[in-house]
Ligand binder design. Structure first.
Ligand code: PMT
Length: 399
């Protein structure tokens, strides 16, 4: 049984470019067991058709206040009464303004005014419109009246600029609705191991081989997992970031130390997320004293480090295993090979070919590949937002 079984959700869709994402929201809500009734504004029908929502939800779709209905019931009152929750996604600046002052001039706004159900709104619009003091005032007013606001994400917007205003991914919106309706943290009672940062492999007492990983991605995952109620162990290579709140830290330097720390708690873990950039090789010998300059070449012999994740995959029991693959080319081919070879549940293929994503920046651009062959491609997004998506995927697989 889905986590929203028996719940009736009125989904309001307004006229923004993100209206197409509401189709996936409706589909996910339905898969989670909810009965979904869609109300579209006239403007929304310019972006998506009523027919699409009717097919996805298996329910009639309302747009017009005055449409003839077979079974006469004052429809806005009927929907207002049956709703366990009203979700408006995307919510334009216009709908925020109308609802904040109580305008009721179409089916959606009339239903909102007439309902006693909780209201959740996911604003999505151009950054300047979002940041406009009038929009912010309306959002403040709505929050003060108890409306739940799902914050828009930052990223590349349809209008061509970068900034805040993008509708979060449908999986996140459905997770937020589920958390709100069930009052449950998605990962409470679960134990999750996260690895972060790069390992460093010493050459002598002062020098090492390392990589550019800062820990940003792994720390964001650890923080979000703790927020979702998990008991989190973060095994981190050297990083300047502050310890995430409510997370148990083990700081390590080398791949062998990371392996030992993860292995020590693997048996009791429900999931392991390996976002660390682990060195595949280490110097075969570590000089006891600082290596001095001399004429001619300096040659090091390197030996293989263990593949930590491969080892976990070999011993896999109940644990969900998630890997990362940072690639500059052949993203899908390489990621799928790692998924299979390392016996993972899914892999986060990280396109690090552009400067705006990957190592040492705040954003990632990823595609997820799953064991059953499915894949999901995401636009550039913050590491915090990606952390939520990864953890929602894990929670879905645990329920
Ligand atoms: O820390 P940031 O600055 O935020 O950067 C984050 C990141 C870019 C490092 C991160 O998002 C990322 O993509 N990590 C994967 C790095 C990578 O290239 O992994 P890989 O393709 O070498 O390895 C694949 C998987 O096996 C990874 O989950 C890795 O943790 C694991 N692995 C790799 C080698 C090894 N010896 N043992 C392992 O367990």
């Amino acid at each position: 049984m889905g986590s929203l079984a028996g719940k009736r959700i009125v989904l309001g869709v307004t006229g923004g470019i993100a209206a197409y994402k509401a189709v996936e929201i409706a589909s996910r809500l339905r898969k989670a067991g909810a009965e979904v009734h869609v109300i579209m504004t006239r403007e929304a029908t310019e972006f998506v058709t009523e027919l699409t929502f009717r097919e996805i939800t298996g329910q009639p779709v309302s747009v017009d206040m005055w449409q003839k209905v077979a079974n006469f019931n004052v429809e806005h009152i009927a929907l207002a009464n049956l709703a366990d929750v009203v979700l408006i996604a995307p919510a334009t600046a216009n709908i925020l303004a109308k609802i904040s002052v109580g305008i009721a001039d179409d089916m959606l706004t009339t239903t909102v005014l007439a309902t006693k159900a909780p209201i959740i709104m996911a604003p999505a619009m151009n950054t300047n419109m979002y940041e406009n003091p009038v929009t912010q005032k309306n959002i403040g007013e709505l929050k003060a009246r108890g409306v739940q606001i799902i914050e828009p994400a930052a990223g590349h917007l349809a209008c061509g600029i970068e900034g805040k205003g993008r509708l979060p991914e449908p999986v996140e919106i459905v997770a937020a609705v589920t958390a709100f309706m069930t009052g449950k943290q998605l990962l409470s009672g679960k134990k999750i191991i996260v690895t972060a940062g790069g390992t460093i492999e010493p050459l002598d007492p002062v020098r090492y081989l390392g990589n550019r990983s800062t820990g940003k991605m792994g720390y964001a995952i650890a923080q979000e997992a703790a927020r979702q109620g998990a008991e989190v162990l973060l095994v981190s290579g050297p990083s300047n970031l502050p310890n995430p709140v409510g997370v148990r830290m083990v700081r390590i330097q080398t791949a062998l130390e990371m392996q030992a720390a993860v292995q020590a708690e693997y048996t009791e873990a429900d999931a392991v997320i390996m976002s660390a950039a682990v060195a595949d090789y280490r110097p075969k010998t570590v000089a006891r004293e600082k290596i001095k300059k001399s004429d001619g070449k300096l040659v090091f012999e390197l030996e293989r480090n263990p593949d930590i994740l491969y080892g976990l995959g070999q011993q896999k029991g109940q644990q969900l295993l998630v890997g990362f693959a940072a690639e500059t080319c052949h993203l899908e081919e390489y990621a799928r090979k790692k998924l299979v070879k390392k016996n993972l549940d899914f892999i986060v293929a990280n396109d690090v070919s552009a400067k705006d994503a990957g190592f040492a920046v705040d954003n990632n651009r990823v595609q997820l590949f799953f064991r059953n062959g499915d894949s999901e491609k995401y636009p550039l997004m913050s590491k915090q937002e990606l952390a939520k998506i990864i953890l929602n995927k894990i929670a879905e697989r645990m329920s």
